[in-house]
Structure formats: structure tokens, C-alpha cells
Design a protein around this ligand. Structure first.
Ligand SMILES: [Ca+2]
Ligand SMILES: [Ca+2]
Ligand SMILES: [Ca+2]
Length: 227
């Protein structure tokens, strides 16, 4: 076993010196390992990546000016004009203005200008994107703008379909409040496939305490590839 570890060590050293034919972005790919090729140092043994050197290609974008793309909206989800709410007993109102520079003011969210119940139990309700062909060679990312106020009574999720099952990317903490649009990005590279979808969820859990809150507002969703 000791010999094996020593051999691996030697092999890695040789690859770094340029003897290995590793993927683009590895140390040695451009003949050196001094970060000159936009290499980004890996963390905890993750593969080397070449983030700054690739060309961005948009696979999907949505400003919610309409629903021509065909998002599926389960109960409580709406696509329409951003509308300030007054129903909340905690956190901030829904926004009065969307994130997009255009004037249509379109967003998607849970009860635009309203708040989901915290007294009627309901399982996850989803806003689901259309199919996004992410059968590409490079890295893939999801980004969107979020204005989210919710607690453990209406837990929020973001999930991605990897071709066979839904994978959790985010679940809201016990409480989250916001009074501005915040850009959120997730790496979808491990999940890329020809039938990729993303979905957002909220649910109602019966519990003691907790505030009535304005919940999800989402705008300017993008799925980009970096090739
Ligand atoms: Ca706007
Ligand atoms: Ca918009
Ligand atoms: Ca709302």
C-alpha cells in the first residue's frame, strides 16, 4: 500500500510537469502550472477547472415577461407583475418591481402581492421550467435573481432534474428575509443532460409559531454553459 501511494505521488508530479494528457485547465495544459492559463486552484481535491478562459453560451433564459416558454405552475405559483404585499407579519413585502430592465415588471413567485398559508398543511408545490438541453461538453450553471422571505412554516427549495431524478440544490433555513434582489448561482455541471429542468418549491408545515411571510419572487433565470 505504501508503494502504491508513493507511485501515485510520483505520477501526479509527472502530470504536473506536463507528461500527462489531462483535460484543459489542469496544471500543465498550457505548459506551466503558474495559473497563467486561467487555472483556478482546486479545493479539497476537486478537479482543476478553467473558469475564466471559456466562452459563455446561453442555454436558457427567462425574464418572466410572459410564460411563452411553458413553465408549469402548481397551486400558489403565479407569473405576473411584481406586486408589493401587506399580508406579512414578518420579513419584508413582495417587491413592487421586478429585476429585469424592461418595463413589463414580470416575475414568478408564490402569490404575487400575497402570502401562503401557515395553517393549512400542504406538500411541496412546484414552479417547474421547460426542458433545457444541457447535453454540452463544458460546465453548466443556473443563475437567477431571488427575493425571498420565508420561515420553517413555508420551507423553500431549488432542485434540478439530472435525467433520472430530482436533486436538491437548496433548502431555505429556519428563517430567511430579504428586501432586495439577490443573484444566486448553482453549478449544474454534475447534472447536465438533454432533459435538464429546474424547479422551485414551497410547502406549508403545521408547527407552533412562525410568521406569515411573502415567500418566493424569482426573476431573470439563466442556464449558461461555459465551453
Ligand atoms: Ca423591470
Ligand atoms: Ca422580469
Ligand atoms: Ca408573495
Amino acid at each position: 500500500m505504501k508503494n502504491c501511494i508513493q507511485w501515485l505521488s510520483v505520477c501526479v508530479g509527472m502530470a504536473a510537469a506536463g507528461c500527462g494528457a489531462g483535460p484543459v485547465g489542469e496544471p500543465g495544459a498550457d505548459g506551466e502550472d503558474d495559473f497563467a492559463g486561467n487555472e483556478v486552484a482546486p479545493l479539497n481535491g476537486d478537479p482543476w477547472t478553467d473558469n475564466a478562459g471559456c466562452a459563455t453560451t446561453t442555454l436558457f433564459e427567462e425574464d418572466f415577461s410572459d410564460n411563452a416558454a411553458g413553465w408549469t405552475l402548481e397551486a400558489g405559483w403565479q407569473r405576473g407583475s411584481a406586486t408589493a404585499s401587506t399580508c406579512q407579519t414578518g420579513g419584508s413585502p413582495d417587491p413592487a418591481s421586478d429585476h429585469t430592465a424592461s418595463s413589463d415588471n414580470g416575475v414568478a413567485g408564490v402569490l404575487l402581492g400575497g402570502c401562503p398559508s401557515i395553517v393549512v398543511s400542504a406538500p411541496d408545490k412546484y414552479l417547474t421550467s421547460p426542458l433545457i438541453n444541457a447535453n454540452v461538453a463544458g460546465s453548466v450553471s443556473l443563475s437567477f435573481w431571488r427575493w425571498l422571505n420565508t420561515s420553517y412554516r413555508n420551507r423553500s427549495r431549488v432542485e434540478v432534474f439530472n435525467g433520472s431524478s430530482w436533486v436538491l440544490l437548496y433548502e431555505s433555513p429556519a428563517s430567511i428575509t430579504s428586501s432586495s434582489w439577490t443573484n444566486i448561482t448553482y453549478d449544474l455541471t454534475p447534472y447536465k443532460n438533454p432533459n435538464l429542468r429546474v424547479r422551485f418549491a414551497y410547502r406549508t408545515t403545521i408547527a407552533i409559531g412562525g410568521w406569515v411571510m411573502s415567500n418566493w419572487n424569482i426573476d431573470d433565470v439563466r442556464v449558461d454553459a461555459c465551453l
